[in-house]
Every structure is written in C-alpha cells, then in structure tokens.
Write a protein that binds this ligand. Structure first.
Ligand code: 48C
Length: 360
C-alpha cells in the first residue's frame, strides 16, 4: 500500500504507538476500569482505519489510474530532434499550437479528456432555408465529431418542424433552440454572436464544458476530436492560409469597430468555426455582439459581418489554440500538398437560391 509521504509529519505506526503510550499513562491516573481501556482502544482503532483510508484513497486512485494509463498507453517516445511536421508552422509566436494531422496522439488526448469527463456542446444555426443542411451536418457529425465523448448538439432555428428527429447514442443529444430570424442573411449571421452569448449565460455553462461554434452548410468528412479543445480557439480560413496580412479581407474603414490597419494581423480566421470554454466563448461573443451593435448604431456594417469582428477580437485576444485549414476546407480550392486531411468541408450551394436578396 502506498503511503503518502508528504501529507503528515508522523508515520501511521508512530501515530498508534504515540496514542497507546498516552493511553497507558492516562489510564493509570484518572481511569482504572477495563471498560475504559477497551473504549480507548476502540477509538484508537477507528482513528487508524480512518487515517489509512484517508491517506491512501487518493494515492491508490491516482496509482491505479496511472497503472491503467500505462497498460493502455504504450506509444513511441517523442524525439526532441524529430518534429512531427517540418512543412508547416506548428506553433504561433504567442505559443498557441496550430493543430495539424500527425502532430498529436489522439489516444493520449482522449484518455485525458475522458479522465476529466468532459462534455462538449456544438452550436449550429439552421435559420430559414438553411434547415436543408442540418441532416447531412448531424449525420456526418455522428460519424466524425468527438466520437466516444459526451456531445450536445445545440440547433438554433426559426423552423423547429423542419428539424427531423435523430436517434443518437447514449451521451449524445440534440437540443432545438427556437430563436427569431432576421430578414437579411447578413443579420442572421451576425446575430449568432448575441444568441450564443445569451444561451451560454442561461444554460450552456450548466450543461457543457466546451463550446464549438460552426456554420451549418458544411459536412464532416474526417475525424474532429478533443485535439481542438482549448480555452479559446479559432480556425485559419481556407482562402487565406498563405496570404500576407495586407491582403486579408479585414475591415479597413476606421469608422467600424472591426477596423484593422494594414500593418497588423496574424492570421485570417474563419467566422464559421471558433470555440473554447463556455466562459471564454461568452466573453468572445459578448465582445463581438457589442461591437456589431455599435456599428449598427453608427450606420455601418463590417465588410464580412461577424467574421470581421471575430478577426478583430482574435487580434487583441489571441486564441490559445489554432485549427489548421484541415478543420475548415472548401473543395473548390483543390487539395494542396500540405493538406493531409479535410475534416469539415463546405457543402456546395447556390447562394442566390439559399440566401434572401438584400432588401433594396
Ligand atoms: O442559418 C442561416 N440562415 C441564413 O439565411 C443565413 C445564414 N445562416 C447561418 O449563418 C448558417 O448557419 C450559415 O452557415 C451561417 C453563415 N455562413 C454562411 O452562410 C457560409 N458558410 C459562409
């Protein structure tokens, strides 16, 4: 049995000897009955049992879990001079890892997240005609998204009847959140920040540990797991992964709260894929919503709507993890050599058909 060397100044056996000695001396002076001695010995026995149980329970648990990890976790040793990838940037100047295929061991990560019994919420908006995308989204998520972990799908919609019933396995559920829609598709997109913020504050914080906030006109086409989870994460936009900051489609009008000057910027982040802990997502969406409303008040709308505000947020509140374009791809861009996996891809759509025209 493992003894906890650091939690007590006295070893258990020393403890019982000390108690017995003090017992003997006290028995002589002020209590001479056999009954009294027996009750003192009983108390002593209880003390020793409790002491051993308390001192060794956490160690035993930790010891067993470590043992269990050892049995399940045999893997090659990381090599200091052999980085898993040398063709792409693996970490940012602010030490946030960029997640690429081959740069992590998913078995180690799954064991860590199972040990923490982590629950993951994924938010998706299927408003107006976009409800047509939800079936493929959920069916492919069931194949590839956080497989083996607890998942809540939070489907925001103005057309609950359009969301078909899905039979999901234990630990995974679909929650329909009925919300008002807006006339213009740009407004629908931007209001996601407000709605995610409000639900994060009302219920998400009670139900899940992490949130993943994505577009619905997508399909999962390879595994997306706990490797993406961090305090706050963004995703490199597939159209700008190799662009210079001057050609990022940031908001460039100083009148907008999303304004970024041409000599600033790290990456161009996609508006349709961010997340983190519930608390961090609350802060991000609250910031973006307030900025959007300030612009509205000043009669200006950022060039790429919520995506412009997300990029502004991430410039001055750096993400703690960045997802590579593996995590958000459009097959119209082909399959470049560096792209070893396409995990979440855009579903071809006719924007004119699926989006309402901006009101003239
Ligand atoms: O659900 C809707 N309905 C709309 O009429 C317009 C947008 N949206 C939501 O906003 C969907 O979740 C879309 O995925 C998202 C905006 N993103 C896009 O339209 C493309 N993925 C850029």
């Amino acid at each position: 049995m493992l003894l906890n060397k650091c939690s007590s100044t006295r070893e258990p056996m020393e403890t019982s000897a000390w108690v017995l000695t003090s017992l003997d001396s006290r028995t002589d002076k002020n209590c001479n009955g056999k009954k009294c001695l027996l009750s003192m010995l009983f108390i002593n026995a209880v003390f020793i049992i409790v002491f051993f149980w308390y001192e060794n329970k956490p160690i035993r648990w930790h010891y067993e879990s470590r043992l269990r990890c050892r049995q399940e976790m045999l893997y090659d040793k990381p090599q200091i001079f052999k980085p898993p990838r040398s063709d792409v940037l693996m970490v940012t100047p602010w030490l946030a890892p960029i997640i690429w295929n081959g740069s992590y061991n998913i078995d180690i990560l799954n064991a860590q997240f199972h040990q923490r019994n982590v629950r993951v919420g994924i938010t998706v908006f299927a408003m107006k005609k976009y409800t047509v995308f939800i079936k493929t989204f959920i069916e492919t998520a069931e194949q590839f998204f956080m497989v083996g972990h607890k998942v809540n799908y939070y489907v925001f919609t103005d057309r609950a009847d359009d969301i078909s019933n899905f039979t999901l396995p234990e630990g995974r559920q679909l929650v329909i959140l009925e919300v008002p829609s807006y006339k213009q598709w740009q407004e629908v997109s931007m209001r996601r920040m407000e709605m995610i913020r409000d639900k994060a504050n009302q219920r998400f914080y009670k139900e899940v540990d992490y949130l993943v906030c994505v577009d619905v006109d997508m399909r999962f086409s390879d595994f997306v797991g706990v490797e993406i989870l961090s305090d706050v994460f963004g995703t490199i936009h597939p159209g700008f992964y190799n662009a210079q900051r001057g050609s990022f489609t940031y908001e460039r009008r100083q009148k907008s709260t999303a304004y970024i000057p041409t000599d600033e910027g790290d990456f161009y982040y996609a508006g349709g894929y961010f997340g983190g802990t519930v608390e961090e997502v609350y802060k991000l969406t609250n910031f973006c919503h307030k900025a959007i409303m300030t612009d509205k008040h000043n009669s200006i709308e950022a060039i790429w709507h919520d995506e412009s505000h997300l990029n502004k947020y991430f410039l001055y509140h750096k993400p703690t993890r960045i997802l590579s374009p593996e995590y958000l791809w459009d097959n119209n861009f082909g399959v470049p050599q560096f792209l070893k996996r396409r995990r979440f891809v855009a579903v071809p759509k006719n924007h004119n058909e699926i989006r309402n025209k901006r009101a003239l």
